[in-house]
Design a protein around this ligand. Structure first.
Ligand SMILES: NC(=O)c1ccc[n+]([C@@H]2O[C@H](COP(=O)([O-])OP(=O)(O)OC[C@H]3O[C@@H](n4cnc5c(N)ncnc54)[C@H](O)[C@@H]3O)[C@@H](O)[C@H]2O)c1
Length: 329
């Protein structure tokens, strides 16, 4: 990559799960990357993912506060994504979604940078339409326990469009559906790390409800590819665009795959469903197919296998070994 092609890219939430995978990919492409994170949910996996590099900088900063920086592109990912994390301090989650987005959009305006906003399938709430196309407006409970995240992310989309229409900020909105893979945290409350870690520890696998609710899971390498392609689209393409894997799986089927792939002796146990938990979730990705030329390529079992290998290292061999098995920068 020539100096001209190399960009300075700012990744907020760059120490989290998707952010770590994205920063690694951008560094591999030869860009200079600044990771901005308050380390609210980022933990051990991040520390093992990067070697010292002159092209990589970490800035400890909470995006609810204004930031001065230069950048060609901003991937704005900062926000806790697991219900356990975002419900711990719902007011701060809302401030992260609202003030954080305002601050990053202001920065994008000043720096003349393109901004990618990490939106979410949660903006569809408990959907009445399957699969969910981008024009579906969703069914969200505005006063429930998940609202700090769901409504926060909906408002962040509104902010992006108003900054775009009123101030000409270049925006790209991706509605990310459930994504999984290496650099998730073992106990972050999301279903795939939960089930894999339970299986590897030979503990009961916890399924909420009857296990017949569905999700569609996208492997993180596929998702990162989609983010990069979205950023490269012409300025007039703003999204929102759904980014996820359209093949649905029930929670019970997911647990059975994990038990089989880990060779675990674990049994499956059922627990009550959390409030406002959607029954079905599946993206319509026609827009991503046509505008990004993108669709997921990693089948669920293959992605699970890679993720299980990652968690085996994390749980059994300890953090130091992870940096050996997953090449670091
Ligand atoms: N992983 C998914 O399945 C998924 C699905 C839909 C949307 N998303 C969105 O993608 C983004 C990244 O998700 P993830 O899975 O990597 O989450 P994550 O929780 O692993 O990472 C989020 C990162 O943001 C940081 N952060 C949180 N609040 C912050 C603040 N106020 N200031 C600075 N940093 C802050 C955390 O410390 C963490 O490093 C989030 O915006 C999330 O809403 C993720």
């Amino acid at each position: 990559m020539t100096d001209k092609e190399s960009k300075h890219i700012l990744v907020t939430g760059g120490a989290g799960f998707i952010g770590t995978n994205l920063c690694r990919r951008l560094l591999k492409q030869g860009h200079t990357v600044t990771c901005v994170d308050n380390f609210q949910t980022a933990q051990a996996p991040f520390r093992t993912a990067f070697r010292e590099s002159a092209r990589f900088r970490v800035v400890r900063h909470d995006v609810t506060m204004p930031l001065e920086a230069t950048a060609d592109e901003i991937y704005h990912l900062a926000c806790p994504a697991s219900p356990v994390h975002y419900q711990r301090d719902p007011l701060h989650t809302l401030k992260t979604c609202l003030h954080g987005s305002i601050n990053m959009l202001e920065l994008a305006g000043r720096a003349n940078a393109k901004l990618f906003q990490a939106s979410t399938s949660e903006i569809y709430g408990d959907p009445e339409v399957h699969p969910q196309p981008e024009h579906y407006r969703g069914s969200v409970n505005p006063i429930g326990l998940r609202a700090c995240y769901d409504e926060g992310k909906r408002c962040a989309e509104s902010l992006c469009f108003d900054y775009h229409r009123q101030q000409g900020v270049r925006i790209k909105i991706g509605r990310i559906f459930n994504t999984y893979g290496p650099y998730m945290q073992p106990d972050d409350g999301r279903v795939i790390p939960n089930l894999i870690c339970q299986a590897l520890r030979n503990r009961p696998l916890t399924i909420h409800g009857d296990g017949l609710q569905t999700r569609s899971f996208c492997y993180v390498d596929d998702l990162v590819e989609a983010l990069l392609r979205l950023m490269e689209t012409p300025d007039e393409f703003t999204g929102p665009v759904n980014l996820g894997n359209p093949s649905e799986v029930t929670m019970l089927e997911l647990a059975e795959h994990i038990v089989e792939l880990t060779g675990s002796q674990s049994k499956i146990v059922f627990r009550p469903l959390p409030s406002d938990d959607p029954r079905r979730r599946c993206p319509d990705i026609d827009l991503a197919r046509s505008r990004l030329g993108w669709q997921p390529s990693v089948p669920l079992r293959e992605g699970l296998q890679r993720t299980i290998e990652y968690f085996e290292d994390v749980l059994m061999l300890g953090e130091q070994t992870v940096s050996k098995t997953v090449p670091a920068f």
